[in-house]
Design a protein around this ligand. Structure first.
Ligand code: ARG
Length: 474
């Protein structure tokens, strides 16, 4: 007999059981479900809705059920549909009919919203920590490469030289914003929907704030209809996760390019690469490629959730059961990617000489020749034209700017003097970009300093919020 079987005259069709059940994936929520039930039952006793002895019995029973599920000893069945009814059934098996008092003043609709929020807030803290570890690895590479110059690219054509440290710090900035978004979203996730009942509230004199406090929420979701309808916190997570993996996929692409024989700028550690079953010489950047590839599925999960919610009337609709698999999948994909990226970046060998050689063999100092002429009062547009001529000459002669003699230079402009050789050296070119956020060594050092102070802030955030979510696990 189903927990809700009273008004039915025959058993559910087996295919219906199979199709509508969520236990195969929402069993992931088991421990959160039980945490929520423990707080709920304490509130029921405190508000004198059920006797304290019954609440004690239920609490003990719930703890046994939690242990059994953890140990894989509990039987979770499709016949019991989802994690909520499976736990209730296991509880009743454990403590008898009194277990049936647990669901007083509660619906699976507010219960599932609660479980989702408990799961997500926990995972948000883990994600921020993983992002922090990755940023630290990037900062470490930046610090070790404050004198490493490589061509900066636009249109994947050599454009202007930059410090490799500068390039690493660009990613640190991206991941900083990701941390900001995830930690900000925590505030919206961390509200208790419990007490909304099925949709309208409950007739029992419950205390929503008491439950919220027990579970370390920052408050309650005010409107009961909203509390059971809302999954925008899931959409927000899927969107934030999409941005993070988008950043990772760009870094992935660069690692793939840089580790090719054509670039030969970095070598990824053997521990983070895989081989070919046929070609003995191969060493492939599979992790980077796979993260780049998985980005598609993470975006898909966002589009899936948005589409599921589009046009749904409030309050709960069974459609909303579709909120789980995409969220779990995205969470695991992102956690896996971040956990691999931090050590992969940290152990990556940077081939400084190859980067420098690439800078020497290009025209990425051409802008500096133009700027040099501008500083001698030639209008920029004319300077641009002169340098265009110089570059064309070099291409025809198979030379780079620094290969030209002073006489060569002066045949294009009288304004050019001996000091041009220093001005056009890669190091001068880099250090000339001495503006806030520019690639000059001192400016990159400033970026590193600021990033480190924000990493300290992130660490403090993690500590406070770990405490918040861990209280329940004690
Ligand atoms: N398994 C359901 C879900 O994940 C739980 C809520 C079901 N509520 C209901 N009224 N059928 O969404």
């Amino acid at each position: 007999m189903k927990l809700w079987g009273g008004r039915f005259t025959k058993p559910t069709n087996e295919l219906v059981d199979e199709y509508t059940a969520s236990i195969s994936f929402d069993k992931k929520l088991a421990q959160y479900d039980i945490q929520g039930s423990l707080a709920h039952v304490e509130m029921l006793a405190k508000c004198e809705i059920i006797p304290s002895e019954d609440a004690e019995t239920i609490k003990k029973g719930l703890k046994v059920v939690a242990e059994k599920i953890k140990a894989g000893e509990a039987e979770l069945t499709e016949a019991n549909e989802d994690i909520h009814m499976n736990v209730e059934k296991l509880l009743i098996d454990e403590v008898g009919a009194v277990g049936g008092k647990l669901h007083t003043g509660r619906s699976r609709n507010d219960q599932v919203a609660l479980d989702m929020r408990l799961y997500l807030r926990d995972s948000l803290v883990t994600l921020v920590e993983l992002l922090k570890n990755l940023q630290e690895a990037l900062v470490k590479q930046a610090k070790a490469n404050l004198d490493t110059i490589l061509p900066g690219y636009t249109h994947l054509q050599r454009a202007q030289p930059v410090l490799f440290a500068h390039h690493m710090m660009a990613y640190v900035s991206m991941f900083e914003r990701d941390v900001e978004r995830l930690s900000d979203s925590f505030k919206r996730v961390n509200r208790s929907p419990l007490g909304a009942g099925a949709l309208a509230g409950t007739t029992f004199p419950i205390d929503r704030h008491y439950v919220a406090e027990k579970l370390n929420f920052d408050g309650v979701v005010e409107n009961s209809l909203d509390a059971v309808s809302d999954r925008d916190f899931v959409v927000e997570f899927l969107s934030n996760a999409s941005l993070t993996i988008m950043h990772l996929s760009r870094l992935s692409e660069e690692l793939v390019q840089w580790s090719s024989a054509e670039f030969n700028f970095v070598e990824l550690d053997d521990a983070f690469c895989t081989g070919s079953s046929m070609m003995p010489q191969k060493k492939n950047p599979d992790v980077a490629e796979l993260v780049r590839g998985k980005t598609g599925r993470v975006y898909g999960n966002l589009m899936g959730m948005l589409t599921t919610l589009k046009g749904l009337p409030i309050a709960y609709n069974k459609d909303m059961q579709e909120d789980k698999e995409g969220m779990f999948d995205t969470m695991e994909t992102l956690k896996g990617a971040l956990a691999l990226f931090a050590p992969m970046i940290e152990t990556m060998e940077v081939k400084k000489e190859n980067m420098y050689a690439a800078v020497a063999e290009d025209f990425s100092n051409a802008t500096d020749l133009a700027d040099y002429l501008v500083n001698k009062d030639l209008p920029f547009r004319e300077a641009h034209a002169v340098v265009g001529q110089v570059v064309l000459h070099c291409i025809q002669e198979n030379k780079y700017l620094l290969d030209l003699s002073l006489a060569d230079f002066q045949s294009f402009s009288e304004l050019i003097n001996e000091d041009i050789y220093d001005v056009l050296s890669p190091k001068s070119v880099v250090n000339a970009r001495n503006v806030v956020g520019g690639t000059a060594k001192n400016r990159v050092k400033d970026q590193i300093e600021q990033a480190e102070s924000r990493l300290t802030e992130a660490e403090a955030w993690i500590e406070i919020h770990e405490e918040k979510v861990n209280v329940l696990k004690k």
